[in-house]
Design a protein around this ligand. Structure first.
Ligand SMILES: Cc1cc2nc3c(=O)[nH]c(=O)nc-3n(C[C@H](O)[C@H](O)[C@H](O)COP(=O)(O)OP(=O)(O)OC[C@H]3O[C@@H](n4cnc5c(N)ncnc54)[C@H](O)[C@@H]3O)c2cc1C
Length: 375
């Protein structure tokens, strides 16, 4: 990497810039680094894995450790155990360290654009710690984005009601006294409702996203999990009609319950309502047609992609990248990794991201070789 110092903000030239040092960015960097390709991985966090460490205290993966290793480094835990959030954060940090990946932390990308209008013009990556120019860019900033997707009616809730997005929830002790309304019944919402129901009357509102019947820790899962994983990788993908249908469901509505089942919620006395929460009357959330007195609302309503910092014509009307398997054909040199259904259901998972990262790395190497020949 060559660096041209200007005042206090240098400009660095590098072959490929990867934005995001989560599992997707690190796996892509690993594939490129092992083939001698020059990369830098930029991340806004001050420590690799911190967005996992900030999850709720009791979070455990639903994928067993033996499937959670990224390419080249098994997850250091018992095969059928379910690692906690800090274990995942520490594993990602270990991965970056083990392969000596070129990660630059505390560096937020503010803008991504091109130097000119030609497809072989270099990308310009503007950060709060200098500017980078590169031939290729991989945007690996998260499966669903990191912007909480909170309904507009939240603004009308009485200020005495504590509101949290699921990404801010840590433990029941954080919540106000009185009933808790958890909005969104995908697996984050179900996990949180199940936990807070131990200490608070709890309502879980949102459509039923289905459930995978056996218990994750049941011995039968030793046989079933590989089959489920096979389906997530090879059946539910963008090449199959069922995969394309699932893609829309997962991207915009959330996935099936995995750890906490309907019966668990019922057993803990969680009131289950499948209507959406979209209205507030007199400062109270309307649940199934009636305003309800609650102390806390947890919005487990997911995230949305906000790519307003990317000044390139690569997005559809809903703001999702127009890409196939992470390759944005309309903007040569622009790649994505870690997107929900980048290729299959497994794309967003530790057990699935490696395959996508390998393909993106291959396309980058082909492109860079082509540019070299053309020069
Ligand atoms: C609650 C929860 C439970 C899950 N459970 C499992 C599970 O059991 N098993 C499993 O396999 N998967 C699970 N997942 C899914 C999956 O592993 C995650 O979605 C994963 O974090 C995606 O990795 P990523 O690298 O694509 O993105 P992220 O982990 O979100 O990493 C993106 C990185 O990009 C950085 N970034 C973003 N914008 C910028 C910017 N502008 N400039 C610089 N840096 C930036 C962020 O700081 C972050 O470090 C779970 C996810 C959640 C939320």
């Amino acid at each position: 990497m060559t660096t041209t110092p200007h005042t206090d903000r240098p400009t660095s030239d590098v072959e490929t810039v990867i934005i995001g040092a989560g599992q997707a960015g690190l796996a892509t960097s690993h594939f490129l680094a092992e083939r001698g390709h020059e990369t830098v991985v930029l991340d806004a966090e001050s420590r690799v894995g911190d967005n996992w460490r900030r999850q709720w205290d009791s979070l455990r993966l639903y994928t067993p450790a033996q499937y959670d290793g990224l390419p080249g480094l098994p997850f250091p835990a018992a095969r059928w155990s379910f690692p906690g959030k800090d274990d995942v954060g520490d594993y990602l940090e270990l991965y970056a360290h083990e392969f000596d990946l070129p990660v630059r932390l505390s560096t937020r990308v503010q803008r991504l654009s091109r130097e000119g209008d030609h497809t072989d013009d270099r990308f310009v990556i503007t950060t709060d710690r200098g500017t980078f120019r590169s031939n290729n860019v991989v945007v690996a900033t998260g499966t669903f984005g990191r912007t909480p997707n909170i309904p507009a009616c939240a603004a009308d809730l009485d200020p005495s009601i504590l509101q949290l997005h699921s990404s801010e929830y840590r433990r029941p002790g954080q919540l106000r006294e009185g009933p808790v309304l958890v909005v969104g019944a995908s697996h984050s919402g179900a996990d949180i409702a199940y936990e807070v129901a131990q200490t608070h009357p709890t309502i879980l509102a949102g459509r039923d996203c289905g459930q995978i019947p056996p218990r994750l820790d049941a011995p039968i899962m030793h046989v079933m999990f590989p089959v489920i994983l096979f389906a997530w990788r090879h059946v539910l993908n963008r090449n199959t009609p069922i995969g394309r249908k699932e893609m829309a469901d997962i991207r915009f509505h959330g996935g099936p319950a995995l750890r906490v089942k309907r019966a668990d919620l019922a057993e803990r006395g969680v009131e289950r309502v499948t209507a959406r929460v979209e209205e507030v009357v007199g400062g109270l959330p309307v649940v199934d047609g009636a305003p309800r007195e609650v102390g806390t609302v947890v919005w487990a309503t997911g995230f949305r992609q906000v790519f307003d910092w990317v000044d390139l014509p690569a997005f559809d009307e809903r703001g999702w990248p127009r890409e196939m398997r992470g390759v944005a054909d309309e903007v040569p040199g622009l790649f994505f990794c870690g997107l929900s259904f980048q290729f299959s259901f497994a794309s967003m998972l530790l057990p699935g991201v490696g395959r996508d990262a390998a393909l993106v790395a291959d396309r980058i190497l082909e492109r860079s070789a082509g540019l070299l020949v053309a020069a």
